[in-house]
Design a protein around this ligand. Structure first.
Ligand SMILES: [Zn+2]
Length: 267
């Protein structure tokens, strides 16, 4: 039986920021790390400019209101242990965020080099109690678009069940590992109980965007206040080479072949 799900759209223009690791000390070792001090300054800029900063699900809900507040959504991928200090910062500044958890890797080693371990279930429980939105980053953090048919559904269902059974969290938001969206994802995600999902995208989300493929903007180290304001008003300048490959159907075919022939997951 085929399930038909109406395509739901992002209600209004919505900058969605993507972060990974936030080291409390020392400099970043790559552009997927933003030092805690910089994040503090960036959140202050947004707050002083009159933005409500919150998780993706709440941001989409706020976008349905008329008149709505100025909103920026804030998201963190993978669940690095350094998010514990971010949670304190969010509480201090009255901000919210969505944290995407790959449930098979909880308490294990992170995906970003030099970013340290991932949060434990006990720490995630505390964060959920503190009001952080916990979303699914799949179960095993594999690129879902090249996996065998049916595996996407397993990854979607397993991670959601783990979050509920271990934490009592009903996950509404999903984040595709490595940013690769999946065709007809809305049917699977909607049936599982999710109401939104995000990709990398590197542009500002807006009316017309599928809520199950919300694009995000990468928050990079060294951006500064002017860079942040430009990012949320104009989007990312240019597209990095890797994202050009992501966008190319040929690259997806190469990754699919690599997985089937050698078992190696190119990302
Ligand atoms: Zn990830």
């Amino acid at each position: 039986m085929s399930l038909t799900v109406p395509v739901l759209r992002v209600p209004r223009t919505l900058p969605v920021l993507m972060c990974h690791s936030v080291p409390a000390t020392g400099g970043p070792s790559g552009d997927l790390q933003v030092p805690l001090g910089e994040l503090r300054e960036q959140l202050r800029v947004l707050r002083d400019d009159g933005y409500t900063v919150t998780g993706l699900t709440e941001a989409l809900d706020l976008g349905l209101r008329e008149p709505g507040p100025r909103v920026v959504a804030l998201t963190f991928d993978d669940g690095y242990a350094d998010f514990l200090a971010v949670a304190e910062l969010l509480a201090d500044l009255g901000c919210g965020a969505t944290l995407y958890v790959p449930t098979a890797h909880v308490g294990g080693q992170g995906m970003v080099r030099d970013a340290g371990r991932l949060l434990t279930w006990s720490e995630l429980e505390d964060l959920a109690a503190a009001g952080v939105e916990l979303g699914s980053h799949s179960h095993r953090h594999r690129p879902l678009d090249v996996l065998p048919a049916g595996e996407f559904r397993v990854q979607v269902d397993t991670s959601r069940a783990e979050l509920y059974e271990r934490l009592g969290v009903v996950a509404r938001s999903f984040c595709y590992p490595h940013g690769y969206p999946v065709r007809r994802a809305a049917e699977v995600l909607g049936a599982a109980g999710y109401t939104n999902a995000c990709v990398i995208g590197r542009r500002i989300a807006g009316p017309g965007d599928d809520v199950f493929a919300v694009p995000r903007l990468q928050l990079r180290p060294g951006l500064g206040a002017a860079g942040l304001r430009a990012l949320i008003s104009r989007g990312e300048p240019g597209v990095v080479p890797r994202l050009k490959r992501v966008a190319a159907p040929g690259w997806r075919v190469v990754r699919g072949l690599s997985l089937r022939v050698t078992g190696h997951e190119l990302t």
